[in-house]
Every structure is written in structure tokens, then in C-alpha cells.
Design a protein around this ligand. Structure first.
Ligand SMILES: C[S@@+](CC[C@H](N)C(=O)[O-])C[C@H]1O[C@@H](n2cnc3c(N)ncnc32)[C@H](O)[C@@H]1O
Length: 374
């Protein structure tokens, strides 16, 4: 099948590498996505094991589409709907892209819905309900200059929700973005890892889960399990494959998170426990200025507040100055990776970044900055 992984902006290359490592073929990074080819086993595997995508879309049809009439007719003849969309199933339509005549995604989605329910009435004299939150089938229509691409979304909810994060602190990173940042840092479980401003602990939880080979999709259900061509045996094989661990928890080096707000530190602790990583990640409720680093140099990752959402810029300058001082005085030999949404503030570190990787964090233009601390 032809398929698309929807990815965070800035992580397209890294996402493409992950898809390839999990068996996808002909992987091509696009803007906020990667196109690939996969067999069914690989498509299942990606749902269970891929950490970076928001969504995985299985293409079912392409057709020319300039206006509403072509869309309506194209959708009706695109697929074997009689087999795939019985009126007892609810569905939802998501739309991305536009054409000059189909520029309102809400109207476009309604047109797709009408095409489908009209067809159902012809077949069965009944129609499906629309369910935006919990549908049985989720359709995705992408419009561009060449026409329409219709796909099935393997999961109704975004794949970044792993299920371990009931408590979210303030301004948490999405789990898939955190996983991508860790991959960019090159941390592979060989040296200590510290997040001195850990919030709800997302960077550390994703890092440890990745290094242990804990599959993010094992404890969830997916819409693809209800598809007309679902293959339960193949799915079970892939679930077994995904449950094989790469390492045991005690084989990882020290991983420490530090958070000054006690309630947020407690939330981080609860998330760590929910992810099954209590023996692996220790959370300290502390100001990072009092943090004692492990002796063996490792990697510091962090996502300090940057003004857009948290704290005032003037108050934050002192925090960045102290973070720079902390790094230089106490982290000699370590690597520092910092997600910055404000160049003025990262300037207050008074350190020179050796890499600056553009990343969009919920629409905020950020840089994942790398510093080698001498
Ligand atoms: C942007 S949030 C981090 C979010 C985190 N990456 C997550 O995914 O939840 C920054 C965190 O730094 C914490 N913080 C601010 N000043 C601190 C300090 N001096 N020491 C430790 N933590 C601090 C804040 O309470 C906040 O939770």
C-alpha cells in the first residue's frame, strides 16, 4: 500500500529514518509528513512501534477533483463502500489541503459525508452516524493541485497519546515530539541522562521507553482492528514482535528529572510510574541550581520556559543565565540539548551552540540547540 505518516514539522527526516528502520519502503520525507510504501504487516508494526508520527494514513484512492461535484462522484466510486462502511458503523471525515473551489475544509468534509450517506441509503436505506470523537472508521481527504487523495486513518486519536500521561504539568511537550528530540540528541541509553527542568517528565519517559524498546502502541486499540480486511493473526504476530524488549530496566544508566514545582514533580512521578519506569527514572522535586549531576558525563536535555506560554521574559533571563552558569561550572564534559522558543533567552546562556535544528512545537518556531560543555 501507499501510505503517509503525519509528523511534527522539523522531524520529517528523523521520522523517515524511523519508518525505514521498521520496514517501510520507498520512504520520502515531505513537509510535516513522510510518504512510504508498506505491506500490511509493516503498517500494523508502525502503529504498534513508531514513536514519531501523529497519524498513519493508508491511501485507498486518488481521483481528479477540482470542485464539489467531482468530489462527490469521486468519493462514491473510490472504494468498495458496501464492504467497508455498513450503516451500523459511525464515521468521521478529516480534511487537509484545498483547491480554489474547495477552500473550506468544513464544507469539503460535509460533501464527502453526503456522498457516503447518500450511497448508503441507496444500498441499505439507512445511513451511518457521524462521530467526531470515537468513530468506527476515520477517513482522511487530502486536496492538492493534482486532485484528491482519500485515505483511511488507522487510529481515531493522535498517536502521540501513549496513555501514560494523565498529568500534564504546564506547557508539556507532545510525546512524539519529545521522542524525536531524543533521537536527534543521539542518546541511546549508553550514558546518564538528566532533564533539570523536567515538567511532566516527557523527554525522560520517551528516552527510556525508546532505549528499552517499549512499544508505544501495545496497550491501545486502533481503528484498523475493525477494518474489513483486518488480519487478526498478522496483528497478533506484530503484537508479539512489539512486546519483545531490547533491554531490561536495570541495564540503563542513571536518568534524573528535576522539577522545582512540587505538584508538577508529583505529576512527573505519577507519569513515570504509569509508564512502568519507576526503577529507571528518578524525579527530584528541586531547583536545578541545587541538582547534583552523576559523575559520569552524559547528556542534559531540557525545555525551559520561554515566555510565549510560561513566565515573563525579564524573569526568565535570570533563569537562563543560571542555567548557563550551572552547565559551565558543574557539567564539564557533558552535552547539552535545549529546546528554545526565544533566541534572546537562549543568548542569556552565554554559550555557543554547535547545532541549531528548527522544530515547530505546537506552532511555535523553536530551535533544538546543541552545546558541548568543556
Ligand atoms: C516548559 S516546562 C517543561 C515541560 C516538559 N518538557 C514536559 O514535557 O512536561 C518547564 C518546567 O520548568 C520548571 N522550572 C522552572 N524553573 C525551574 C527551576 N529553577 N528548577 C527546576 N525546574 C524549574 C517549571 O516549573 C516547568 O514545569
Amino acid at each position: 500500500m501507499q501510505a503517509i505518516a503525519v509528523l511534527p514539522q522539523g522531524l520529517e527526516e528523523e521520522g523517515a529514518k524511523e519508518l525505514t528502520a521498521l520496514g517501510a519502503k520507498a520512504v520520502r520525507p515531505l513537509r510535516r509528513a513522510a510518504a512510504f510504501e508498506a505491506d500490511m504487516a509493516c503498517f500494523y508494526r508502525l502503529h504498534l512501534q513508531a514513536r514519531l508520527p501523529f497519524r498513519l494514513l493508508r491511501e485507498i484512492a486518488q481521483f481528479p477533483c477540482r470542485g464539489p461535484k467531482e468530489l462527490y462522484e469521486g468519493v462514491q466510486s473510490a472504494f468498495d463502500w458496501e464492504r467497508w462502511l455498513h450503516p451500523s458503523m459511525s464515521f468521521r471525515v478529516d480534511v487537509t489541503g484545498s483547491t480554489p473551489e474547495l477552500s473550506h475544509s468544513h464544507f469539503t468534509a460535509l460533501q464527502v459525508k453526503n456522498a457516503l450517506v447518500d450511497l448508503q441509503r441507496q444500498f441499505w436505506n439507512q445511513r451511518s452516524d457521524i462521530d467526531l470523537d470515537n468513530p468506527d472508521l476515520c477517513l482522511h481527504l487530502h486536496l492538492n493541485r493534482e486532485g484528491a487523495v482519500l485515505s483511511l486513518d488507522g487510529s481515531a486519536g493522535s498517536l502521540h497519546r501513549r496513555g501514560y500521561r494523565a498529568a500534564m504539568g504546564i506547557a508539556p511537550l507532545k510525546e512524539n515530539l519529545a521522542a524525536g528530540l531524543i533521537r536527534l540528541s543521539g542518546w541511546d541509553g549508553g550514558v546518564p541522562l538528566v532533564d533539570p527542568l523536567c515538567g511532566s517528565g516527557t523527554l525522560l519517559i520517551e528516552a527510556a521507553s525508546q532505549a528499552l524498546g517499549l512499544a508505544p502502541g501495545l496497550n491501545r486499540s486502533f481503528l484498523l482492528e475493525g477494518w474489513a480486511d483486518f488480519k487478526p493473526n498478522l496483528w497478533q504476530e506484530e503484537q508479539q514482535r512489539a512486546s519483545r524488549r531490547e533491554r531490561r530496566n536495570e541495564q540503563l544508566p542513571t536518568i534524573i528529572g528535576c522539577e522545582q514545582e512540587p505538584t508538577i514533580a508529583n505529576q512527573a512521578q505519577a507519569n513515570v510510574a504509569a509508564a512502568g519506569l519507576e526503577q529507571t527514572i528518578s524525579i527530584q522535586s528541586n531547583d536545578f541550581r541545587n541538582l547534583i549531576l552523576p559523575e559520569q558525563p552524559g547528556i542534559i536535555v531540557c525545555n525551559p520556559p520561554y515566555g510565549e506560554r510560561l513566565g515573563r521574559e525579564d524573569d526568565l533571563e535570570a533563569l537562563y543565565q543560571d542555567l548557563g552558569r550551572f552547565a559551565k561550572e558543574r557539567a564539564s564534559g557533558w552535552q547539552l540539548w535545549l529546546l528554545s522558543g526565544n533566541p534572546k533567552l537562549s543568548g542569556s546562556l552565554k554559550m555557543k551552540a554547535s547545532r541549531r535544528i528548527p522544530i515547530s512545537n505546537g506552532g511555535i518556531d523553536c530551535r533544538w540547540l546543541h552545546y558541548s560543555i568543556h
